[in-house]
Structures are given as structure tokens and as C-alpha cells.
Design a binder for this molecule. Structure first.
Ligand SMILES: *Cc1c(COP(=O)(O)O)cnc(C)c1O
Length: 222
């Protein structure tokens, strides 16, 4: 699997991490990449994540990269390593509550709406500061905001994708100089997938989420 080595090399060059997105793929395929040394895997559905976590080695760091409903947090709170797509106060409160039950602190990324296309998910960049202000007032001690996550528009137009990645990077940099976040914890920009990860690394991504390039195309999208 030479592509894995290539992607790892790109990550190393940019000091970024690789999340291997294994959604819809069987445990054996995950184990094969695990045996090559990969430890961070991402899933986008809670049930699938829970099933695979039970089957696979304990030292895998599992990331939930897809949209998460509040009522499902309880199924992953004992083990999830990072939740990428948090975009509501209600969800943050629930993650905090479930994390407390397990005496854990759960790391999260805030999903920002950077795509031009209409997306249901993500915080509007214009509302980000207000959002963070609100979170601060709640003192949610069992969550840690590790950074921002975004998905670019699904398009061949590289210029547009670049503009959107740059927007996420700029928002991240702006927050670095405020007291709205915990500066020591706030280190990650999760952006870039199979089709645009090189551009993402060039524009400041610290974490790329790669599925189809590593595991082959999926029978059904998402
Ligand atoms: C599926 C998915 C990916 C990976 O997509 P590929 O194009 O297969 O690399 C990345 N991020 C999210 C949120 C996803 O749902």
C-alpha cells in the first residue's frame, strides 16, 4: 500500500496527523492498516464506530468525524479520542455530561461552515465568537476544545477549495490571540480529504481525514 507511505510522508513534511477514515470498510481492512502502524481511525456513524471498537485492538485512537446527535453521545463517551464535528451548545453540554460520568475529558473540534454550498452542519463563521463566549460561561470542565474542523465544497474548482481552507486557517489564527479558547489545547485544524489533502496541508491543516485513497472507493457515499 504505497499510497499510505506517500500520505504519511506528506503529513510528516507538514507536521500533520493522518486520520484513516474507515467508514463502511470491514474490520479486517482496518486491521491491515493497523498492522502497518496506523493508530488513528475515523468513523462517521456511532453504531459502526461502537461495533468496530469492540472488534479491534485497544490502542486504536478512534475519532468520530461525522455529525453526532446528542442522544448518541453516551455510546462512545467511554472511549472516543476526538469528536470532530461539534456545532451546537446542546451537543457540547451532552458530551461534557457523559464525559463526567466516565471521569474523562473529551477532546472536541468545532465544525465551521466554510463551504459555499448549502450545508446543514457547522457553525457560521460570523457566529463563532459568540458561540465560544457562550461556552466559556458554561465552564464545561470535561470537554477540551482542541481546534476547528471544516469541509470544503465538493468541487473541482481548486481556487474555491483553497479560499475555504484559508478561511478556516484564518479563523483559527484569529482565535489564537483571544481569551475565548485555551491556547495550550487549541492546536488542531482538521481539514483535507482524499481529493484535497495536499492543498489542505499547504494551507495549514494539522489533521487530514483520508478514506477512499487508503481503503478504496465506497459503495455508497458518506
Ligand atoms: C468520508 C469522510 C472523509 C473521507 O473522505 P474521502 O474522500 O474518502 O477521503 C473525511 N471527512 C469526513 C467528515 C467524512 O465523512
Amino acid at each position: 500500500m504505497e499510497i499510505y507511505t506517500d500520505i504519511l510522508a506528506s503529513c510528516r513534511e507538514s507536521n500533520a496527523k493522518l486520520v484513516a477514515v474507515s467508514k463502511t470498510k470491514p474490520a479486517e481492512q482496518i486491521k491491515a492498516l493497523y498492522d502497518k502502524g496506523q493508530r488513528v481511525f475515523g468513523e462517521n456513524k456511532v453504531q459502526e464506530l461502537v461495533e468496530k471498537q469492540a472488534l479491534l485492538p485497544n490502542d486504536i485512537n478512534w475519532h468520530l468525524i461525522g455529525h453526532l446527535q446528542s442522544n448518541k453521545v453516551k455510546y462512545i463517551a467511554s472511549f472516543v479520542d476526538l469528536i470532530h464535528a461539534v456545532d451546537s451548545i446542546k451537543l457540547l453540554k451532552e458530551i461534557n455530561k457523559q464525559a463526567k460520568k466516565y471521569d474523562r475529558t473529551i477532546d472536541v473540534l468545532l465544525q465551521i461552515k466554510i463551504a459555499e454550498e448549502d450545508s446543514k452542519f457547522g457553525i457560521d463563521p460570523k457566529e463563532l465568537n459568540t458561540f465560544l463566549d457562550e461556552i466559556q460561561q458554561l465552564s464545561l470542565d470535561n470537554i477540551r476544545i482542541k481546534g476547528l474542523m471544516g469541509m470544503a465544497t465538493f468541487t473541482d474548482d481548486q481556487a474555491q477549495v483553497e479560499t475555504e481552507f484559508k478561511l478556516l486557517k484564518r479563523l483559527f489564527d484569529q482565535l489564537k490571540n483571544t481569551d475565548l479558547i485555551d491556547m495550550d489545547a487549541f492546536t488542531e485544524i482538521s481539514m483535507g480529504m482524499s481529493g484535497d489533502y495536499k492543498l489542505a496541508l499547504e494551507t495549514g491543516s494539522t489533521m487530514i481525514r483520508i478514506g477512499s485513497l487508503l481503503f478504496g472507493s465506497r459503495d455508497y457515499p458518506k
